[in-house]
Each structure stands twice: as structure tokens, then as C-alpha cells.
Design a protein. Structure first.
Length: 238
């Protein structure tokens, strides 16, 4: 039987901290699986709604414990664009090992981060997106391939057999993760876009706090329309 908490992966980076703030703001019980828990601000880590389990990408025992306590998963894991020597299969291998753990514990729903570098059949042409793909594949090939490999892992290994996945694709996510900035950005960014590249209203930008607001909305509702799909999540322009 699955647990009742929301499991957060990648919760110690700037977007991850915003996600923790959003979840706790809405009174969700959460589990944070992190290699370096000390990066979580004390004001958050001391919240009784938060449980922190320390572990790295290869610690399947600790990861299994974290998954067993959860009903759904939100992941902000992804490569650092500056890490040109990253193992391009790093995160694909991690998610491939995560899927059987999810099935074992009956946890179906997962939202994982991707970028607009991932092409989808329903995308329309965008000169901006084409420029991003050219730049990433040419000058940041290792992080680029890392992201593409994650998408392929979800499509090949995650589809069916009890996994309801969504890869939310992002481009630029500016914004700070301190409490004042988070409150300001989540309240000022009122319009969200979720859809395919080139659709009416899409953009290449979303504040971190607004992104995590969308993620928690999706986790609460289930976002069934995006199961097995890869929508772009951005600030709406309409």
C-alpha cells in the first residue's frame, strides 16, 4: 500500500526550496530525499510536516524507504548546465531503478523535470526553441544528452505497468528561493501555461515559485490529462 506523503526529489536547489515552501504552505506532509539535507533552510527542515531521508542516487534501500511513505512524487532532478563532464545516463539510470521501487510500493504518480530541448510530436515550430536546442546540443552536449536520455527512459521503461508519469518541460526559471521572493513571485505570476511548444499562449519563461505552484496544483488534482505526456509549463501570455 502506498503512503500518504508527497515525495520530493531534488529539493535542495533553488526550485526545490520553492517547492518545499509551496507544499508546506498548503499543509502537505512531505518526504524529502536528499544527498545533502543541510542545504534545506532550518526554517523549513524543522517543520513537523517535513521528513528528510538522506541518500544519494545509488542508495536504493534509502530510496525505497522514502517511496514507501509517499503517494506521489515530484522530481526536480536534472543536470547542471555547467557540468560538461556529467555521465549522460546518470538520471536515466536513476529513474529506471526508481520505477520498480514505485511499483513495489504501489506508488503510481510521478512528475519529473525535463526541458524544451525534448521534442514532442505535437510541438509546433519555434525559432526560439530551435535556437535553444542548437545551443544546448552544440555547446552543452553532455547536459543536453542527459535530459534527452531521461525522456527516453520514461517512454521506454516507465510507460504502463502501474506508472503514471508526466515530464514537465521548462526553459528559463528565474527567481530566488527566499521566503519573501517566493511569496512575491507566486502571487504576481498569476497565469500558467501547460501545453505544447508553439501553442497559443506559450512562452519560454516561468518564475520558480510559479512553476512549483503549478506542480503542487498538478499533484493535488492528479493532472490526468498529462499522464504519459510532456507538457511545457511556463508563464502564460494570454
Amino acid at each position: 500500500m502506498p503512503g500518504t506523503k508527497i515525495l520530493v526529489l531534488g529539493g535542495t536547489g533553488p526550485a526545490g526550496i520553492c517547492l518545499l515552501r509551496e507544499l508546506l504552505h498548503r499543509k502537505h506532509e512531505i518526504v524529502v530525499y536528499a544527498r545533502s539535507p543541510a542545504k534545506i533552510p532550518e526554517g523549513l527542515s524543522s517543520n513537523p510536516l517535513m521528513e528528510v531521508i538522506q541518500g544519494d542516487l545509488n542508495d536504493t534501500a534509502a530510496l525505497s524507504t522514502a517511496v514507501s511513505k509517499s503517494s506521489s512524487i515530484i522530481s526536480l532532478l536534472g543536470p547542471n548546465i555547467k557540468d560538461k563532464n556529467i555521465d549522460t545516463a546518470l538520471y536515466a539510470k536513476f529513474f529506471t531503478s526508481l520505477f520498480p521501487i514505485m511499483r513495489r510500493h504501489g506508488v503510481r504518480r510521478i512528475f519529473a523535470m525535463g526541458t524544451v530541448s525534448i521534442k514532442q510530436p505535437d510541438d509546433s515550430f519555434s525559432a526560439m526553441r530551435a535556437a535553444v536546442i542548437f545551443t544546448m546540443s552544440t555547446f552543452f552536449s553532455a547536459p543536453y544528452k542527459c535530459v534527452i536520455n531521461v525522456a527516453e527512459a520514461f517512454e521506454k521503461e516507465g510507460t504502463g505497468n502501474g506508472i503514471d508519469w508526466t515530464i514537465y518541460r521548462i526553459a528559463q526559471i528565474p527567481g530566488e528561493d527566499d521566503e519573501v521572493s517566493w511569496k512575491k513571485d507566486r502571487s504576481e505570476s498569476s497565469k500558467d501555461f501547460a501545453g505544447m511548444v508553439g501553442e497559443k499562449g506559450w512562452s519560454m519563461n516561468q518564475k520558480r515559485a510559479a512553476l512549483t505552484r503549478w506542480l503542487v496544483d498538478a499533484a493535488e488534482s492528479g493532472a490526468d490529462k498529462w499522464i504519459g505526456k510532456m507538457p511545457v509549463v511556463a508563464a502564460g501570455t494570454l
